[in-house]
Design a protein around this ligand. Structure first.
Ligand code: ZN
Length: 653
């Protein structure tokens, strides 16, 4: 475990709060220390109140802020004495605790304080840092873990039995501190994590890193040299089994889910363990993990049985409590042939499952040599998973937008109309796979829900690679926007250029029918039924002289879309076309070409762009909006439609 403190970096942050920001980011950016939303930090400052009287203020991490990205305003300033006194109570309900913490804020615009604020308050040190380090949990979460931790760290480190985070963990700690004094530099909270204290955030950070380093070395000494070489190679992406599984997960969840196949060696090797059934069913390493991963992963592909098991777990632990049952779909799947898969109803939820389960695997493997990983009992996990305060974290992820949990594949996504469609779909919550012959498509946007794949739609192999990438990352394809198109150089029929003709046909026609033939089985497995929009052209109904190759190829593409609408309707897949014209912010239209065309008609470029009945300019973004609407609910009962977006053209009207 590397201590990543850097004087140069630290100097960019000012004061104790600045130092705490820096330390928080160091902790938060190391997945071996905290994963997804976990961990918290604080400092105590003496400040003057409104009367000028001195008052101790606890600046504690605000709920909803990630340590890795925290800013000074991410800390909630609380009246320290008031929060500390809460630990004197024998019991405190969640509602009362939240009320008390909110009322203890000394600034009304501060974020909600961490649910672990009382722990920070009762420790007298100026700085307190709390994390859930994998190596430490690997040592502690084993049959003789508590004793090992005591032996490993000696008398400076207090070991406290597990209690549910929030008031109960704080009360447990306060009781222990009252018995043994507060002379500890760190505290191990069994089955939960570690707290280190210091006079400065740096001192607390150094202590925490030292403890984790000791745990890592200890784990290494006992590492069981599990041979990874003997694991068979992971099979290539199998699109249909993955899409089928995602369909079933989505059905159990009651809404579309994204599902990712992990193809790294560690995840694959873990999924191949002979003792997988035993080690993967030990529960989570630290309680708040259960929120994102569910208490147990699903082994194999039987979603219905998993969902029944989850419902049983909820009913047997909720007893007389009134709980809002979460959907029973798995968030983590381990399958002999598909490997590790993580799922969730949004990209944020799926990423959290992936983030956390990767750390759980790490922890389980570290505990291998120490007698094996032992998770918390199901009842403790249930208490945390159904803790109202934790459920709020899920609420924050929200129900999402129109296309949240759905996947769109957009061809020709690097520029113009394709790009406009990709951005409009991202804006409505879809995960988007942008494909384009231009390799720049990979970085077309840095939106988290976007991946770009270089792909020549006229090549079957290239298209298969793009679909593999889509299914590997997101689990399926629900929507297709076929926007890849080639506009060959114009020429009269008497000047027929066979190579320009072939190029136009291979992209605009062959590319489309190949994409259609490959993607149909995926669309048929879309949780909300597949949808396709083909970007046609005004030329389908109103061809232009000199554009025989383009007009003929677009007309053929249009006919393919119509036949697909007929053939696929029984599977609920709808296929419509959009016919744009005079969209000039595309790769087809260079400055020079615009000037030349405008001059040909004796118009300025501005007037040329608005040369339609309504006199309006049409942009790629507008086409994107229209396509997104056609892929959405408004067109749920429509297939085979042809919608123009051209400002009005008497030849198409
Ligand atoms: Zn914690």
């Amino acid at each position: 475990m590397q201590n990543r403190w850097s004087e140069a970096e630290a100097a960019k942050h000012h004061g104790l709060i600045g130092e705490c920001v820096y330390v928080s980011r160091l902790l938060g950016s190391d997945r071996a220390l905290v994963s997804h939303g976990g961990g918290n930090t604080s400092v105590k400052l003496r400040e003057a109140d409104v009367h000028g009287d001195p008052r101790d203020v606890l600046y504690v991490k605000g709920s909803g802020w990630e340590l890795a990205a925290i800013e000074p305003e991410g800390f909630a300033p609380l009246d320290l004495a008031r929060v500390r006194r809460l630990a004197d109570l024998d019991a405190l309900s969640d509602t009362d605790m939240v009320d008390e913490l909110l009322q203890a804020r000394v600034r009304s615009d501060a974020p909600d304080p961490s649910v672990e604020s009382i722990i920070h308050a009762i420790l007298p040190a100026t700085a307190v840092v709390h994390a859930h380090p994998n190596a430490l949990l690997a040592v502690a979460n084993t049959p003789s873990g508590p004793q090992r931790v005591r032996d490993l760290y000696g008398p400076d480190v207090l070991v406290v039995p597990y209690a549910m985070p929030g008031f109960r963990a704080a009360k447990e700690l306060a009781t222990r501190l009252a018995e043994v004094g507060t002379d500890y530099t760190s505290i191990v909270l069994l089955s939960h994590g570690v707290v280190s204290v210091g006079e400065t955030p740096r001192e607390a950070y150094d202590r925490l890193i030292d403890l984790v380093d000791i745990a890592e070395r200890y784990v290494q000494r006992f590492s069981s040299e599990r041979s990874r070489g003997s694991v068979r190679p992971q099979p290539p992406v199998e699109r249909l089994p993955l899409a089928q599984l995602r369909f079933e997960v989505s059905r159990a969840a009651g809404r579309p889910c994204l599902m990712r196949q992990h193809r790294d060696q560690t995840s694959w090797a873990f999924s191949q363990r002979d003792d997988l059934a035993a080690v993967s069913r030990q529960g989570v390493a630290t309680p708040d993990h259960a929120l994102w991963t569910k208490p147990l992963p699903m082994l194999g592909r039987d979603v219905a049985t998993y969902a029944d098991g989850y419902r049983d777990y909820v009913s047997s632990h909720s007893a007389d409590r009134d709980v809002r049952q979460r959907d029973p779909a798995p968030r983590v799947i381990l399958d002999r042939d598909l490997g590790l898969l993580t799922a969730g109803p949004s990209l944020g939820a799926e990423s959290a499952s992936a983030d956390i389960y990767t750390q759980i695997i790490d922890t389980i493997e570290m505990a291998d040599g120490l007698g094996g990983f032992q998770g918390l009992p199901a009842s403790d996990i249930f208490d945390l998973e159904y803790w109202e305060l934790e459920q709020r974290k899920l609420d924050r992820v929200g129900v999402g937008d129109e296309f949240t949990g759905e996947v769109a594949l957009v061809s020709g996504a690097n520029s113009g109309i394709g790009r406009g469609c990709a951005l409009a779909l991202l804006d409505r919550g879809a995960a988007v796979v942008g494909v384009d012959v231009n390799p720049a498509v990979v970085g077309m946007t840095d939106h988290a829900a976007y991946i770009g794949v270089q792909c020549d739609v006229s090549s079957l192999g290239s298209l298969e690679g793009a679909l593999d990438a889509a299914v590997e990352r997101f689990g399926g394809v629900d929507m297709v926007v076929a926007a890849a198109g080639l506009f060959p150089e114009s020429g009269l029929i008497v000047q027929h250029d066979p190579s320009a003709w072939t190029r136009a046909m291979s992209v605009n026609v062959d590319g489309l029918i190949r994409l259609f033939s490959l993607v149909q089985p995926l669309l048929a497995l879309s949780p909300r039924k597949g949808r396709v929009v083909v970007i046609g052209s005004k030329n389908v109904r109103a061809p232009g002289p000199g554009a025989s190759a383009y007009s003929a190829s677009k007309a053929a593409a249009n006919q393919i879309a119509r036949v697909a609408a007929l053939e696929w309707a029984a599977d609920g897949i709808r296929v419509s076309s959009v016919h744009p014209d005079a969209v000039f912010d595309t790769a087809l239209w260079t400055e020079d070409l615009l000037l030349a065309r405008a001059a040909k008609y004796g118009l300025s470029v501005e007037d040329y762009k608005r040369r339609n009945l309504m006199g309006v300019e049409i942009t790629s973004a507008q086409v994107g909006e229209l396509v997104a609407v056609m892929l959405g609910r408004a067109f749920a009962a429509t297939t085979g439609a042809h919608v123009t977006i051209d400002g009005g053209n008497e030849r198409t009207i």
